[in-house]
Design a protein around this ligand. Structure first.
Ligand code: F6P
Length: 361
């Protein structure tokens, strides 16, 4: 008999509920108990935020977006920002309290589902002695240690569908449509959706872009009697000699800046330099919402079941990962060491170039 804690941390991604579903079912079959901690680690700070998860609580959730446990990307237990009684912002470390509560409540393992930030927190808890198993999640697909993270396929499908729809309106008005998609450090969503959605230009963080090249591609389209263009830009893409554009809205307790604005910047440059009617839109959190695709559901359930097998085998401080076609495990320390970037020598990048897509260089 084991008592398992499960949590979801960081930005949500389609497939989180499918992981929870698989963990609860795999534990039930072993006669183990599962508890969910709401909003990351809140359940280990306040027992009201802890929920017992039985089969009836997870029925049908595998097909739904979001997370039944809630999530946060502001809750680093090692550096929690609070406003003290004097109204000042104070950073406190509540990790000891969390670890003590974890032990006092008799948990045998914590299955932490998260992206790089949440898995780094999980690694630090593992270092402190908490038996942890990580599950990789992020729509950005930027975790090096796994072939894929769940959520990515759904985000790409959403972005591709949006591009398909934008083609007709762009064509009707002879316009340039600039679409900003997510991707802080890596251009996976931009590249996959841009190729699949017939973009003329794809700008990714891995290739600093030259606006002259971007505009040359747009005007070159006209030589071929194509009077419109679709430009996909990842939120973390940077112009040559420029810098990442953020919203300048610092959020209390959040370590990373809130990105956004590069799409509008690219659109205004295109308008200025080509004189073309140009519009921009930000797909934003649409990419994080909705029902997971079949690929993401299956991957998420495989991750959940594999995580429970790791617990059974007593392999802690590891993250489950996809090494196609197999499930494997990697030490959490390796999992968070570096970000997975788009390989500029990969066939996907070659494909983009060969079908005439401008990558801004
Ligand atoms: O890491 C996933 C991600 O979707 C990024 O692409 C994006 O920059 C970030 O989360 C946005 O997070 P939020 O708006 O939830 O703070």
């Amino acid at each position: 008999m084991k008592k398992i804690l499960i949590s979801t941390g960081g930005g949500d991604a389609p497939g989180l509920n499918a992981v929870i579903y698989a963990v609860v079912h795999a534990c039930y079959r072993r006669g183990w108990e599962v508890y969910g901690s709401r909003s990351g680690y809140k359940g280990l700070l306040d027992t009201d935020e802890l929920v017992r998860l039985g089969l009836e609580d997870v029925e049908d959730i595998y097909s739904t977006g979001g997370t039944i446990l809630g999530s946060t990307n502001k809750g680093d237990p090692f550096a929690t920002a609070i406003v003290n009684l004097a109204g000042e912002i104070q950073v406190v470390d509540v990790s000891d309290k969390i670890l003590n509560n974890f032990k006092r409540m008799g948990f045998d393992c914590h299955i932490a589902i998260g992206g790089d930030g949440s898995l780094e927190i999980a690694r630090r808890f593992a270092e402190k002695g908490m038996p942890v198993v990580g599950v990789p999640k992020t729509i950005d697909n930027d975790l090096e240690a796994t072939d894929r993270t769940f959520g990515f396929d759904t985000a790409v499908s959403t972005a591709t569908e949006a591009l398909d729809k934008l083609h007709s309106t762009a064509k009707s008005h002879d316009r340039v449509m600039v679409v900003e998609v997510m991707g802080r450090d890596s251009g996976w969503i931009a590249l996959y959706s841009g190729i699949s959605g017939g973009a003329d230009v794809i700008l990714i963080p891995e290739i600093p872009f030259d606006m002259e090249k971007v505009c040359a591609k747009i005007t070159n389209n006209e030589l071929h009697e194509k009077d419109y263009a679709i430009v996909v830009v990842a939120e973390g893409a940077v112009a040559l000699g420029g810098q990442v554009i953020d919203k300048g809205e610092g959020e209390l307790g959040r370590s990373e800046v809130v990105l956004g604005g590069v799409g509008e910047w690219v659109a205004s440059e295109v308008r200025l330099r080509t004189g073309k009617d140009t519009r921009s839109l930000v797909l934003g959190h649409l990419q994080r919402g909705g029902s997971p695709t079949t690929f993401d559901r299956l991957l998420a359930m495989r991750f959940g079941a594999a995580a429970v097998r790791l617990v059974e085998d007593g392999i802690f401080g590891h993250m489950v990962a996809l090494a196609s076609p197999h499930m494997c495990s990697v030490p959490l320390a390796d999992a968070v060491k570096s970000r997975k970037k788009v390989d500029l020598k990969s066939d996907k990048v070659f494909t983009a170039r060969e079908i005439g897509v401008c990558l801004g260089d």
